[in-house]
Design a protein around this ligand. Structure first.
Ligand code: URA
Length: 219
């Protein structure tokens, strides 16, 4: 149960004072009746709340699979670049989403956004070994023998530029310059650095799977 004024602040209808004014002015309906008590307790998953004509969409947890375009930052706010949160449409614009595992600015594909810190932890905690799959386009034709070297321990740099030994769980050649790679780790620029270690520059990187989540529109 949550107080009506607290719910409306959480759902970004304004400051405590502003939402209390909305309630006092008869702009808020609960289950079809005007509610003027700011401390009315309700259960937002069952009780229907309408504010200024807008019905609240509320769930205890929301998980979204979002297709990040190139040029968007995996962030909630940024002064320089568009951010993934900018792409959220109604009814999700009223929720606070956390990003479960980032992608580089010039990468694209699957990002999981969730309102639950627990889900973020389940996806991003390295101990959970969640498998992520990427579709990689390289600058040059891929030699299958080189690609298969990614299945053996290989040295790259991690986010602190310390050397780090890693290997892929799976690789698959898709075409001359395209391959799939699956990893259960997520070091900084890991896929690009692994391909660089075998002599290729990644010119396009698209994440298509994170654990049980698939990119939208992919079967
Ligand atoms: N590996 C990379 O190099 N970049 C990403 O965005 C994700 C994985």
């Amino acid at each position: 149960m949550i107080r009506l004024d607290r719910l409306l602040v959480n759902m970004k209808f304004g400051s405590r004072k502003e939402v209390q004014d909305l309630i006092k002015n008869g702009e808020v309906y609960v289950n079809g009746k005007i509610e003027t008590k700011k401390d009315r307790k309700l259960n937002p998953t069952n009780d229907k709340v309408v504010v200024l004509g807008e019905e609240l969409y509320y769930k205890d947890e929301i998980i979204l699979a979002v297709n990040k375009p190139i040029g968007y930052l995996s962030a909630n706010i940024d002064p320089m670049h568009p951010v993934i949160i900018d792409l959220l449409k109604e009814p999700y614009h009223r929720h606070d989403f956390k990003i479960a595992g980032r992608l580089d600015l010039d990468s694209q594909g699957l990002l999981i956004l969730t309102t639950s810190g627990h889900t973020v932890h389940e996806i991003t905690n390295p101990n959970k070994k969640i498998v992520k799959t990427y579709e990689v386009t390289t600058d040059e034709i891929i030699d299958i023998k080189m690609l298969n070297r990614l299945l053996e321990p290989i040295k790259i740099l991690d986010g602190n530029n310390d050397s780090y030994i890693t290997k892929a769980l799976e690789v698959k050649l898709l075409s001359d310059k395209m391959a799939l790679i699956s990893l259960d780790e997520g070091k900084f620029h890991q896929v690009k650095r692994m391909f660089r270690a075998i002599g290729y520059e990644v010119i396009n990187l698209k994440r298509i799977k994170i654990g049980k989540y698939l990119m939208p529109n992919i079967k």
